[in-house]
Design a protein around this ligand. Sequence first.
Ligand SMILES: *[C@@H]1O[C@H](CO)[C@@H](O)[C@H](O)[C@H]1NC(C)=O
Ligand SMILES: *[C@@H]1O[C@H](CO)[C@@H](O)[C@H](O)[C@H]1NC(C)=O
Ligand SMILES: *[C@@H]1O[C@H](CO)[C@@H](O)[C@H](O)[C@H]1NC(C)=O
Ligand SMILES: *[C@@H]1O[C@H](CO)[C@@H](O)[C@H](O)[C@H]1NC(C)=O
Length: 665
Amino acid sequence: MRPLSRLLALLLAASAAPSSGSSRLAAVEPSATLSAPVPAFTYDRHSFLLEGEPFVIIGGQMDPQRIPRAYWHDRLAKARAMGLNTIFSYVFWNLLEPRPGEWAVGDGAGEASAANDIAAFFRLADETGLRVVLRPGPYICGERDWGGLPAWLSRVPGLRVRAYNAPFLAASERYLRRLADDLRGLQATRGGPLIMVQVENEYGSYGEDHEYTRALRDILLDAFEVPLYTTDGGVEWTLRGGEVPGVLAAIDGDPRSGFAARDQYITDPSELGPLLDGEYYTFAPDLWGATNAHQTSEGQPAQVQRLVDDLDFVLAANNSISLYMFHGGTNFGFGSGALWRNYTATFTTSYDYGSPVDESGRITDLYLAFRSTIQKYAPRGSIPQYPQNRPLLEISNITLSPTVPLFSALGAKATSASPMTMEELDQAYGFILYEHTVDTALEGVLQPGDRARDRVIVYVNGVRQGVIDSSYIEPAEVRLSLLPGDTLRLLVENLGRVGYWSRESNTFVALEDPYKGIVGNVTVGSAVVSGWDIYPLPLDELPTGGGTAAPHAVAAGSPPVFFRGTFRVGGGAENPDPAALDTFVAVPDGVKGNVWVNGFHLGRYWVVGPQQSLYLPGTVLKPGGAENELVVLELEPSGDSLTVFGSANRMWANNPDPDYPSALP
Ligand SMILES: *[C@@H]1O[C@H](CO)[C@@H](O)[C@H](O)[C@H]1NC(C)=O
Ligand SMILES: *[C@@H]1O[C@H](CO)[C@@H](O)[C@H](O)[C@H]1NC(C)=O
Ligand SMILES: *[C@@H]1O[C@H](CO)[C@@H](O)[C@H](O)[C@H]1NC(C)=O
Ligand SMILES: *[C@@H]1O[C@H](CO)[C@@H](O)[C@H](O)[C@H]1NC(C)=O
């Protein structure tokens, strides 16, 4: 977007007249004159420098948008008490700008927008004695839907993501500048906690469009005053793809091989500086699937030892690190993304990540092990005491009754000869229903567009015929025999847009093809099915009237139904500690669906596991004996009630998928 001469001008300015503003660019050996002020934060070839003194970043990642806002302070205090001095945070563009030009920050519209207030999170970090590093994307990966990109980008004409492409850069620039406006006063140059900003995210794993990353660098240089850095895998091809002139190159993953690779393959002096492992993996994210076990180092002393040894290795050499994740949190609602492995591998609602502070904010053995290691390198007594874990709440079985069938809660429809995608109907997440009334007899295998995107439940006259699910390499074939007057319904669930894929897999399901719903024509046998009523079901609001509708009989094979129940919890009505009300909600008889408590969308459950209980933050509950409302949308209901309970312990287990009893992904 901006001519390279702008960078050259900045470089020249930097060498001619060092100032706190320009020393962040290519800050090799500060050529300070006696009169130059000491920059608040910069680096030389070997060290970060905070107020002119060497500074080892002992960092950890927490993404505010994955943590209830009321718990930010608790999690930050626990970071400080583990010995961290810096928090790294991804920012999810899709949540901040849900529609073009709409900035959804702290407008009072509930927990989700409150958790979008990145400036408030950074201020709290500052008050807790922590620095912050901003990782704004525009693409962040993070196992989020489309790597954090807003779905509406897919509707901008001519737009190509993560590329030197005018529409993408224009949208990215608008977002980054708006974010920078919110954070301006929080930069280290102005006495705030923000010390660095990352350019793109592991771009070298994706491409080699250096013109694109240089353009992003220039946008960030103009919008922020602190140093920039890149993070890439610690091997030659990713480092070469991701490096940006004038921007410090950091690695992720194994620090031993990664640091060596950084110094071997990054040869442009303007990209060299202290060694930073910008994502040291404390474990791994969980994927849905009958054969995917929960990822954790719990009860695995050898794994804990490996993690501790690596941290020790980095700190002993005065190198810098960020633990990814320090506290993973939760992909509430429809927040989780997917990756492509020739099938859609989808991330669980939990983003526990096996991290030192677990999903519910409780300290783990890994936390204590890391804390002891960090203590060796911290001045005596400088790390605060950590709090004891609070027990979680148990809630005994609650019986939910059916209220509204999903297909009775449809809003406005679109009518079209051929199916339209979710995006064409300005819908980002959730479900979409395609309905067709048969006029000519049809016979044969149903093909829902070019492929299932992602899970298609097929109904004829209100009875489930099968599930075509792209979570499997070979999605089921559903054979139909339709007569005039029959109603064919295809309920399509967006399981999360792909954020990345493995290189060896077919890349047609890549970042460039995020479309959900049905793409192309539906065929039965060789006949194209024409004439559709299409109902977007984003479910950002629950259907009303659920409390009063009379229970009705739910037969096996029936379409999805909302179930509702109420419950009361103790806790003083005055000054309650919400953490005492934290619990994990389980739907033991459920197959697949979503859970809301007091209107807050906890996320998806799925019998296949490994996640068998959803984190319910106590912040969502009304204490002191008040009534709390629980709503479950069960996609494959089979009876007139559904049981839900709250467990004090997280439940991890795997079960076969009743729709694919013998299938492995
Ligand atoms: C790390 O920094 C400390 C404090 O500045 C210094 O005493 C120590 O020698 C350094 N260690 C290494 C390996 O550079
Ligand atoms: C709670 O409900 C589950 C599932 O219906 C059932 O298996 C369990 O026995 C119930 N527990 C109690 C204590 O009633
Ligand atoms: C994915 O599909 C492509 C094309 O069909 C094939 O070449 C590749 O081997 C597959 N990869 C995996 C991991 O199955
Ligand atoms: C869908 O079918 C209609 C009618 O046969 C045809 O005109 C159209 O080109 C088809 N669309 C695609 C994407 O194949």
